[in-house]
Design a protein around this ligand. Structure first.
Ligand SMILES: Cc1cc2nc3c(=O)[nH]c(=O)nc-3n(C[C@H](O)[C@H](O)[C@H](O)COP(=O)(O)OP(=O)(O)OC[C@H]3O[C@@H](n4cnc5c(N)ncnc54)[C@H](O)[C@@H]3O)c2cc1C
Length: 441
């Protein structure tokens, strides 16, 4: 089937949108239009023709019918942590009102709306001794993370976030509300479990939950001079770590402060079990601070304490085959300026297990996420430093979809065979290009 980009060559009276949907609508000229159209990542310019905050799933279906008639595409964006700016001639759909959370503790399942944040879901699961698969930030949406595969604190134990998705409620390109499961629509279900938001609008998800009767976690922070020793300890602990234990190495250099190095960690179990795996950390010199403690799964966001308010970021993510070479020591012990942080996440464990998803199983042992802010250095300088660092590390040539930056493509993240299958699915389920993901297939 031919694939015609959906653009607004027709002249469209967008004011009709106000009566076409029940939710809120902002159009150019409206007082708050220039605020509500901004993505969370303020470094990304985001042109759009209108912004709609849908009232419910039926409202999403109304919007699809409107957009089809108007010849406009729809870009669904819960917050815009992963904004790419590819929103020309779209209606931007906000999903924040699709915020229902239902936990069925007996079946270890959750049903959530597409606007639910990771933090809200963790709050709901915590009281049952259960957990979903949260990443570092409580404010990202579960849908946005799952549609990109998703790297969680607990991925070493339970795989990609999308491996735990059992069903999606969607509105398709014909404006029909449907439930999509592995049995009902194997291709679309597969595409949604990591191929991005290009195939349907998700209005709800059903997810497996996992047992978390106890959790130990926190950050241990040392002065930057100790980076080589901390890196050695990080290697030693990760090499022997059980799947319940996850360590991330953090190189941090904030303006006006000395560089510091941290190990952030979580252990799905008790404090007394955790310490048996962490002896190498205890042999390091006394840290500047140590926030490790038994905690609720609802408190995970406090470990990295990433900003929860919108801001500008210049980022680059990579998958690393290993951390073994001496050259890696030189790269990771050099100044990271003008970046503010470099995070190395230990993968392995269940990430390497079979996964019927676009990303599939991962042989990469680590991921790196580099972050700088254009508030402190020119974006081009930050990107050049990230490029240099990436090329000095054992990168695999693939990236997590959720770590893609605006200059990158879905094909930078996924295997070629997955990209080919995703393109075929796109042509089949959205031939006119009504849906526009941040990283189109
Ligand atoms: C501080 C911070 C911490 C992060 N930590 C992690 C982490 O630990 N692990 C990880 O994997 N990623 C992480 N990320 C990346 C994050 O997962 C992605 O940015 C992801 O896009 C989710 O962000 P969001 O909710 O703002 O989604 P958005 O950026 O708003 O949306 C991303 C894309 O998802 C699709 N989409 C979202 N909702 C729908 C829907 N309902 N229907 C159809 N398509 C939809 C669309 O294509 C959309 O463009 C982090 C990002 C930041 C800034």
């Amino acid at each position: 089937m031919s694939h015609t980009p959906h653009t607004s060559s027709r002249s469209t009276d967008l004011s009709r949108l106000r009566s076409a949907v029940r939710g809120r609508v902002w159009l150019p000229g409206d007082a708050r239009f220039d605020d509500v159209r901004l993505p969370w990542n303020r470094a990304v310019a985001q042109p759009t023709r209108a912004v709609v905050e849908a009232a419910d799933a039926a409202d999403v279906a109304r919007l699809v019918h409107f957009a089809r008639d108007a010849g406009l595409a729809i870009a669904t964006q819960p917050n815009g942590h992963g904004a790419s700016g590819r929103t020309e001639d779209t209606i931007l759909l906000r999903t924040g009102r699709l915020n229902a959370v239902e936990v069925d503790a007996a079946s270890r399942r959750a049903r959530i709306g597409a606007g639910v944040s990771s933090g809200a879901l963790q709050q709901a699961t915590a009281e049952h001794g259960l957990t979903a698969l949260p990443g570092s930030s409580p404010v990202v949406s579960v849908a946005g993370v799952a549609l990109g595969g998703g790297l969680s604190w607990f991925g070493r134990a339970h795989g990609w976030v999308s491996d735990s998705v059992r069903g999606f409620d969607v509105v398709d390109a014909l404006g029909n509300q449907r439930r999509v499961t592995a049995a009902s629509d194997p291709d679309l279900f597969w595409a949604l479990r990591g191929g991005g938001g290009d195939y349907a609008i998700v209005t709800g998800l059903e997810l497996d939950l996992h047992g978390a009767p106890a959790l130990f976690g926190g950050r241990v922070l040392w002065p930057g001079e100790l980076t080589r020793d901390v890196l050695d300890a990080f290697r030693a602990v990760t090499a022997a770590a059980p799947q319940e234990l996850t360590l991330w190495l953090e190189l941090l250099h904030f303006p006006g402060s000395d560089p510091v190095v941290a190990i952030d960690l979580t252990y799905l179990g008790s404090a007394s079990q955790a310490v048996t795996h962490l002896a190498e950390l205890e042999r390091l010199p006394a840290p500047l601070s140590d926030t490790r403690r038994s905690m609720s799964v609802a408190e995970l966001g406090s470990i990295t304490a990433e900003p929860t308010d919108p801001g500008a970021g210049v980022t680059r993510g990579e998958l690393l085959a290993h951390l073994g070479a001496e050259a890696v020591d030189d790269v990771l012990t050099s100044s990271i300026a003008p970046m503010l942080s470099v995070q190395v996440r230990h993968l392995g464990g269940a990430f390497a297990q079979p996964s019927d998803t676009p990303q599939g199983p991962l042989s990469a042992e680590f991921a790196v996420y580099m972050f700088g802010s254009p508030a402190f250095a020119p974006a081009a300088d930050i990107a050049a430093r990230q490029q240099l660092m990436a090329h000095s590390l054992p990168i695999t040539g693939r990236k997590p979809v959720t770590f893609l930056n605006p200059a990158e493509q879905l094909s930078d993240a996924l295997p070629a065979a997955s990209i080919a299958r995703l393109r075929a699915i796109k042509s089949d389920c959205d031939p006119a290009g009504l849906f526009r993901g941040n990283f189109p297939a």
